[in-house]
Design a protein around this ligand. Structure first.
Ligand code: SF4
Length: 330
């Protein structure tokens, strides 16, 4: 339940604002001039806000679509990302958003039509390149789909460009708008996963791994392309057994013909961000595990990272082809 919703004056009458407010009839609505007044306020406490976040409906002015960082991609030569929302309803311990924003409130940008314009412009300017867009870099792309309808909206754009890929990355169990639509070969539904035992203590408020696998299996059978994202890979006692069990469970339970790609990424944080996150959870075992400063990033030592990646990759190669496997190195 969202108790308070802040609404920017400029979008009070926007159809999407009305659509969203209609879902929260009992919430207190407060008009504001700019979302930054609330979201960027000084001296906010991320932890306290996370227990009872407010919703902020806002108008995004610029930077609708941005080039993805180097090392982020699944085989295309050009990669872009966009976020219709800031922050997430889940509370994963390793989430970089908690080190990026001082506020845990959710911001939803309601002017989806401006995302469409930017996406189309990028597609038209890159006709000779293989392009992938990533939805939800600053949020979980589907977790609030029942409130925003953003994925449903954006699918209608990508239906017109079957040569352009879009990835929705999520931990959610949202099956709409996918179950009710005809599968699109250029859409990748990508799920972040880790062994259940680790997820139980790190993926707070997110659906269990077994439930995620069951949704993946259903959507793959229906004909949607699936991405598996083992990012971050988490080191710990018995990690080999835990990842073996997870990978075998997934590969044996999904229709592999519709598996688009698998990627592995290491646990890493920019130094400054790690400091802020560590302050929030000084007793979290994840942050007292063997992490060190490598190349301006706090991460496991390179040999631990490499051992984990090659172990998971070699196991995956029993089920899928090498060209379906990617390493996320941002
Ligand atoms: S699902 Fe993703 S965005 Fe949401 S809290 Fe977890 S890591 Fe962060």
């Amino acid at each position: 339940m969202i108790e308070t919703i802040y609404v920017e004056d400029a979008i009070q009458n926007h159809p999407k604002t009305k659509f969203i407010l209609n879902k929260f009839k009992k919430s207190r609505i407060i008009s504001i001039n700019k979302y930054g007044e609330i979201f960027n306020k000084r001296n906010q406490n991320f932890r306290i806000q996370k227990a009872n976040p407010c919703l902020i409906l806002a108008h995004k002015k610029d930077n609708f679509v941005l080039p993805a960082p180097e090392g982020f991609g699944i085989g295309s030569s050009k990669n872009f990302y966009f976020s219709h929302m800031y922050n997430c309803i889940y509370d994963c311990r390793y989430c970089f958003l908690q080190g990026m924003y001082s506020s845990a409130n959710y911001v939803i940008f309601v002017n989806f039509e401006d995302f469409d314009i930017s996406i189309k412009k990028i597609i038209e300017n890159n006709v000779d390149s293989k392009v992938t867009f990533f939805s939800g870099y600053d949020c979980d792309s589907l977790a609030l789909e029942n409130v925003t309808g953003f994925a449903k909206h954006i699918l209608s754009i990508f239906r017109k460009y079957p040569q352009i890929e879009i990835e929705f990355r999520t931990k959610s169990l949202q099956k709409e708008p996918f179950l009710s639509a005809k599968p699109m070969r250029n859409v990748i539904l990508a799920y972040s996963l880790m062994p259940e035992l680790m997820s139980n203590s790190l993926d707070n408020k997110a659906p269990s791994i077994s439930k995620r696998i069951s949704v993946i299996s259903e959507l793959a059978l229906k004909g949607w392309k699936i991405g598996l994202r083992f990012d971050p890979l988490i080191h710990g006692e018995n990690w080999k057994e835990l990842y073996k069990e997870l990978l075998e469970n997934i590969y044996n339970n999904i229709f592999l013909d519709n598996l688009h790609s698998v990627s592995f990424g290491s646990l890493r944080f920019p130094k400054r961000m790690f400091k802020d996150i560590f302050k929030l959870y000084p007793h979290e075992p994840l942050f007292t595990s063997p992490l060190s400063l490598n190349n301006k990033m706090i991460s496991y030592d390179i040999d631990i990272e490499e051992e984990m990646t090659s172990f998971c990759k070699n196991l995956s190669l029993k089920y899928i082809n090498e060209d379906q496997i990617f390493k996320c190195s941002i």
